[in-house]
Design a protein around this ligand. Structure first.
Ligand code: OOB
Length: 550
């Protein structure tokens, strides 16, 4: 049974009795992110908080300095009239200012909307429109892309956008130099920011996370990953993503008073250089990156001996790769299976080897409720359980898993069960120890080495092409990325669009390049299921057959 359509609200609250339980159990502590930074800066003022590179120079800030910078940015935002509950689309690469800006926005009472550096005009327009953002905060040019230019283009189209702010401009320097002012602390039970969903339908949904719920997952992640003030975390992946942000990520490291090193690029050369020079102790990567690092470790001259733990997650890390990580990099592997909607599972540092290699971990909290239900019924409710040890669809609810997307009443009715479980769309098996093994996916999403592509979003872009009658996007197995995207296309009568043309068309519609189909197959018609729907199962099977023939 699914829930009835809910009203369009910022944030669907947890039932009051559960909220009371989460508070009584000490999960929700009534602390805001701004207050967290204040307390860490009090305790560890002189310790290094952030190391990162910007415009060719290495910057190194103590906790006292980070705290001061965040206060100034908060005051500067307030001076611009940006404050309580205002949404700011944030699109920053891995630079030190990411940390001061996020905490500055939090202290001003604003809500960051965490865009990724790969996003382009179409995605930014959607995030800004959907969140009715007042500002986009980004950099000028970076890695060959004109971020500020794209932001201005979007600002001209979205009426709510009043400001485009870019790190590196005189205007931003002035804002960041504003005299700190006393600001009221926001309500910790309220929304702190909006994360992005990987998406399965047309456009990604926004995920409202509160100070209370997110900080609980951050504290527990830091504990489970054994972060201490002496730890040094390397943020190798784009830091706005939920995984490097909080699993345990830069926020987990900050909570522990540890040092965050922001890695400008995730390639082995750059990462190994920083692991050596900063004596990095822990990092988190996606499986393709783990494979690349494992390979590079065999021929590096860099000293990686400080590295104690490497997390791998975001997509399935197969046993074979998992087994090579420890020996190649001289560290312990920790698998992590998480989702921006909430639930995060880790293998524990004292788990037996077989569990670490063969599962994706167990939930953070004893109050994370897990239901594994009938995988053949997309509307299965939380009582439609499979037998223990069988594969089923994962449903979850708990103290840091959302109850609904931001202003998405109708979508929430299918994305959640009537009793508040989130339908993750993942197919899992639970081991007797409580560890979950991810064995597949029942959602229309391609997991391209951790980067999520919603099939429907790309289908809609393709169908906008005058030569395309219909499109169906499916995953194709890939040795390096795990999966790539393949777009099947039925042309309009008399038209024969080429793959080059279609890929360029999608790119020019302003989408992140990881969403541009890797493969395009033009066919005269789609196979259909018994009820006449396009059979993606058959399309996937055709691709498998094609690969075998090659
Ligand atoms: C993380 O978050 P999202 O929101 O980008 O993606 C969530 C989805 C999951 O539902 C699952 O389909 C897939 O990514 N996933 C994995 C996985 N970790 C994530 N599939 C198989 N094995 C794994 N280890 O990707 C994310 C958020 C926090 C921590 C780590 C990853």
């Amino acid at each position: 049974m699914t829930a009835a359509a809910q009203p369009d609200v910022d944030h669907v609250p947890w039932p009051p009795e559960l909220a009371a339980h989460y508070r009584a159990a000490g999960y929700w502590r009534g602390q805001t992110f701004g207050a967290l930074l204040t307390s860490v800066a009090d305790a560890y003022a002189g310790r290094t908080a952030v190391v990162g590179e910007w415009e060719g120079e290495t910057h190194r800030w103590s906790y006292a300095e980070l705290d001061e910078r965040a206060h100034r940015i908060a005051a500067g935002l307030r001076a611009l009239g940006i404050g309580k509950g205002d949404r700011i689309v944030l699109q920053l690469p891995n630079i030190p200012e990411f940390m001061s800006i996020v905490f500055g926005i939090w202290r001003a009472g604003g809500w960051p909307v965490f865009a990724l550096p790969a996003h382009r005009a179409a995605e930014l327009r959607h995030f800004a429109t959907q969140s009715e953002a007042v500002a986009i905060l980004t950099v000028q040019r970076h890695g060959g892309h004109d971020y500020a230019g794209t932001a201005r283009e979007v600002a001209a189209e979205v009426p709510s956008l009043r400001h485009v702010l870019a790190v590196g401009t005189a205007e931003f320097a002035e804002l960041a130099a504003t005299q700190p002012v006393e600001l009221p602390d926001p309500d910790p039970s309220e929304v702190a920011f909006l994360q992005l969903s990987g998406g399965t339908t047309g456009l990604p949904k926004l995920i409202p996370r509160t100070h209370d719920d997110y900080l609980y997952s951050v504290r527990e992640s830091a504990r489970i990953c054994a972060l201490r003030p002496e730890s040094v975390y390397l943020a190798a992946l784009p830091v706005a993503h939920n995984y490097p942000l909080s699993s345990p990520g830069v926020l987990g490291a900050l909570h522990a008073g540890a040092t965050n090193v922001l890695c400008p690029r995730p390639d082995a050369d750059t990462a190994f250089r920083l692991i050596e020079s900063e004596r990095v102790t822990i990092t988190g990567v996606v499986p393709p990156l783990a494979a690349a690092w494992v390979q590079a470790a065999g021929r590096t001259e860099r000293d990686l001996s400080s590295l104690a733990v490497m997390l791998v997650g975001g997509a399935k890390c197969g046993r074979e790769l998992a087994a090579r990580i420890g020996p190649a990099l001289g560290c312990q592997l920790q698998q992590v299976f998480g989702m921006a909607e909430g639930l995060v599972c880790y293998t524990r540092l004292d788990d037996p080897e077989d569990t670490v290699l063969g599962t994706q971990g167990r939930p953070i909290s004893r109050d994370d409720e897990i239901r594994i239900v009938n995988p053949d019924n997309p509307a299965a409710d939380s009582t439609d359980l499979v037998a223990p040890g069988e594969v089923g669809a994962l449903l979850t609810r708990g103290p840091y898993t959302i109850r609904g997307y931001y202003h998405a009443g109708e979508h929430n009715a299918t994305a959640f069960t009537s009793d508040g479980f989130y339908r993750s769309g993942d197919l899992v098996r639970r081991h007797p120890s409580g560890h979950l093994e991810v064995v597949g996916r029942a959602k229309e999403q391609i997991n391209r080495g951790g980067e999520k592509v919603a099939a429907e979003e790309i289908e809609n872009h393709l169908i906008a092409h005058p030569g395309v009658l219909d499109a169906a996007v499916v995953a194709v197995a890939d040795e390096y990325l795990g999966e790539r995207t393949c777009a099947y296309v039925v042309p309009n009568a008399g038209k024969q669009p080429t793959d080059v043309e279609l890929r360029r068309f999608v790119r020019e519609r302003g989408v992140a390049s990881y969403k541009v189909p890797d493969l395009v197959q033009v066919v005269s018609e789609f196979p259909v299921t018994g009820v006449g729907k396009t059979s993606k199962r058959e399309l996937r099977a055709a691709l498998t057959a094609l690969a075998k023939d090659r």
